[in-house]
Design a protein around this ligand. Structure first.
Ligand code: MF3
Ligand code: CO
Length: 254
């Protein structure tokens, strides 16, 4: 069984500050998204906002990664590298943002439509959002980690989509990635029991087609094996004595 850290009140306070900044940055980047925008513009905008709040862009330097965000378009699942790619009408674009302040991290992602998007892709995004919400609802003291995983999988598959099986959510705190790994598939009642003070980054990745993925030669960009589109939502969530607290929630733009 993994050792899941229970954070102190002081640590939680810092995580909350990091998460509030991350949530705000993600909302703000979402509002910049439109036809003709490059992914590197969105990344530099995010990096500027993170800096304005005296936070650190925690992705930079993580295993040699060089950018503040990951931006993944259409068949790109996660870890897309910001660059000269220009967003086009009908694309879907996932933005993943991390920030660190006073030694503690926050992590969130959302997928946004570019202009008018085909109905089937809107459904994919709506389902992924619902799957994340269903997972979060299970993030309660006394529940098992598998309750979160299975809730996500159930919603995804009931709607005809698949969940990526080789990438996971994670615990978060002083480090961007801490125990436990949080699969987006599994069975209720399995895995470690959740306690108040645990902080989890829950991040379902849903594919239109099959669940298989591959990594491009750049060593980062993960795409679907079948070339169909994928989408990704992530929140950092605190387990409490009562309801789960979504720490990266800001406005309701995503
Ligand atoms: N945000 C990603 C995650 O949720 C991590 C991005 S990898 C990095 O795990 F290199 F960009 F940091
Ligand atoms: Co994450």
């Amino acid at each position: 069984m993994p050792k899941i850290k229970v954070k102190s009140a002081d640590q939680i306070e810092r995580i909350k500050r990091a998460c509030a900044i991350v949530g705000w940055v993600l909302d703000s980047v979402g509002q910049e998204i439109g036809v003709g925008i490059t992914t590197k513009y969105l990344d530099s905008f995010a990096e500027k906002l993170i800096g304005e709040k005296d936070a650190l862009p925690v992705f930079i330097g993580y295993r040699g990664y060089k950018h503040a965000t990951c931006i993944s378009v259409n068949e790109e699942v996660v870890h897309g590298i910001p660059g000269d790619k220009i967003l086009r009408e009908g694309d879907i674009v996932s933005v993943d943002v991390g920030g660190k302040i006073d030694g503690f991290c926050g992590d969130a992602a959302a997928t946004f439509p570019v202009g008018k998007v085909e109905k089937k892709y809107t459904r994919l995004m709506d389902t992924a959002r619902q799957a994340l919400e269903a997972g979060i609802r299970q993030a309660r003291a006394g529940n098992h980690l598998g309750d979160i995983s299975s809730a996500i999988q159930k919603i995804a598959e009931a709607n005809g989509f698949s969940v990526v099986r080789e990438l996971y959510g994670h615990g978060i705190g002083e480090d961007l990635h801490e125990d436990p790994l949080i699969p987006n598939f599994g069975r209720p009642g399995e895995g470690p029991i959740l306690s108040p003070g645990m902080v989890l980054a829950i991040e379902p990745m849903l594919n239109m087609g099959g669940w298989k993925i591959k990594t491009l030669e750049d060593g980062w960009t993960v795409i679907t094996a079948d070339g169909q589109r994928s989408c990704h939502f992530e929140h950092t969530v605190l387990i409490t004595e009562k309801d789960p607290e979504i720490l990266t929630l800001r406005g309701k733009t995503w």
